[in-house]
Design a protein around this ligand. Structure first.
Ligand code: GLC
Length: 454
């Protein structure tokens, strides 16, 4: 446990970003059945490799990807340089099984890093430890010490190569550590070398647990929570779960299930995707709370139109409401779950309204700070309000929701927004006496059945 963890300055960009783009792309897109088609369908290795080597995505335009990502409001991206099939998207000196040495003849990692950096986005690289072509990875160091040594050296060399040849890398996402652990992989040693090559890099938690190094007993998987301590940030997958002692980033699909391009996949609606971003920001606080939202480009190198449509819609929302997301300090200050989510920044409290009920009045309990100003951020309209003790009553809201997505109300207070005990401990927690006291308060002439008043 790293009690009192403070985000170092070099990683502040991460907490301020809140929103990153995950890109799952490789030769597997040609099958249109997910990034794991080789294993899931137990395909013939030779036939798979032949088709992988013939892969030549003619419409891959990294500048168009970067332009779209930027317009959609993403602040960083993370590209699969190599997934579990072992096919590399860069010009690796350690294998010919790559886009550079085969039909495409292109170093996609180079093109991606250059284009995204130029567009002002931070750069992330995904790298899988697994290589389904290599039995020694699965046999491991006990069963096949010699084969294992070759595999481990290969993996270390490739990671170092990626961190040497492509400029500043901000974010590194390991995956596929199963069935190995940090001792087999010497991932702690590798980490040290990675930090020498890239002193500012952020490295995720999928590094395997260690029996040798106390405090590095990582779960090594996709687990959320503080069960592992190895790695700079946690990676809850298909889940939003905050961590108290380090940064975290929830990775989520835009479709229903798979990461790479899948023919016939179903797509989540824009409001569901935006809600995930708002939830990460709300739960985030000082320890990150980012959303890494995925796209699986098509085999010929294009973002699917379903993705572009949704991403740009969120981008337009962020153009207006971005201050309620980027660089915020988390939220959930008062009881507001019935209407939406909250975030805070300095002396501002943002109410992100998920459900618009068409009433002109909104009542917010438990805000103890003095309110100076209330604005409907969506339209720029200033709203009349009254404060009665800890209750804030906002008026003048339009009947019609001012956006198809989530309207936002910005409340400016005379200091950091503060709440009373109710706001802090909510209904189901704390001393029940405070609920009893409230139930007793000004009961008037209504009818009770607790034997004392009728
Ligand atoms: C899982 C999957 C993999 C995907 C990754 C993203 O571990 O095995 O296909 O790339 O999650 O987090």
């Amino acid at each position: 446990m790293r009690e009192g963890f403070v985000v170092p300055d070099k990683w502040k960009w991460f907490t301020e970003s809140r929103y990153g783009l995950f890109i799952h792309w490789g030769p597997y897109a040609q099958w249109g059945r997910g990034e794991q088609v080789l294993f899931r369908e137990h395909l013939n290795h030779e036939e798979y490799a032949e088709q992988a080597c013939a892969w030549n995505p003619r419409h891959f335009d990294p500048e168009l990807w970067a332009y779209t990502a930027k317009k959609a409001g993403f602040k960083y991206a993370c590209l699969t340089t190599r997934h579990h099939d072992g096919f590399c998207l860069w010009d690796s000196a350690f294998t010919d099984y790559s886009s550079a040495k085969q039909a495409a003849g292109r170093d996609f990692v180079k093109e991606y890093t250059e284009a995204f950096r130029k567009a002002g986005l931070r750069i992330g690289l995904y790298y899988s430890w697994i290589d389904w072509r290599l039995p020694a990875y699965f046999d491991g160091p006990q069963k096949d010490p010699e084969g294992w040594e070759i595999v481990r050296t290969y993996l270390h060399n490739q990671v170092k190569e990626l961190l040497t040849n492509y400029g500043q890398i901000d974010h590194f996402f390991f995956d596929g550590v199963w069935p190995r652990n940090a001792d087999d992989l010497q991932s702690v040693e590798l980490l040290e070398e990675m930090r020498k090559l890239q002193p500012n890099i952020l490295i995720n938690n999928r590094l395997g647990y260690s029996n040798k190094i106390d405090g590095y007993r990582a779960d090594g998987g996709i687990g959320a929570g503080d069960s592992d301590t190895l790695g700079d940030f946690g990676t809850p997958e298909h889940a939003i779960a905050s961590e108290a002692t380090r940064l975290w980033e929830s990775c989520q699909v835009t479709t229903w299930r798979l990461w790479s391009h899948v023919i016939g996949e179903r797509w989540r609606n824009t409001d569901v995707l935006l809600d995930m971003l708002c939830e990460c920001a709300e739960k985030g606080g000082k320890h990150g709370g980012n959303l890494l939202l995925n796209v699986g480009p098509t085999a010929d190198g294009q973002f699917p139109p379903e993705f572009v449509e949704r991403a740009l819609e969120i981008g337009r929302w962020l153009d207006v409401h971005g201050e309620a997301i980027y660089g915020t300090d988390g939220g959930s200050l008062t009881e507001f779950i019935t209407r939406g989510r909250q975030t805070m920044k300095d002396n501002k409290l943002y109410l992100i309204i998920r459900f618009w009920d068409g009433r002109p009045e909104l009542r917010l309990a438990d805000l103890t700070s003095r309110v100076l100003d209330v604005e409907l951020l969506t339209t720029g309209q200033s709203l009349p309000f009254e404060q009665d003790g800890d209750t804030l009553i906002i008026n003048g809201l339009p009947r019609e929701a001012p956006t198809r997505l989530f309207p936002v109300i910005r409340i400016t207070c005379d200091g950091k927004p503060a709440t009373n005990e109710w706001g802090e401990v909510r209904l189901w927690e704390g001393d029940p006496e405070r609920v009893a006291a409230w139930a007793r308060e000004r009961r008037g002439a209504s009818v009770y059945v607790d034997g004392r008043e009728r």
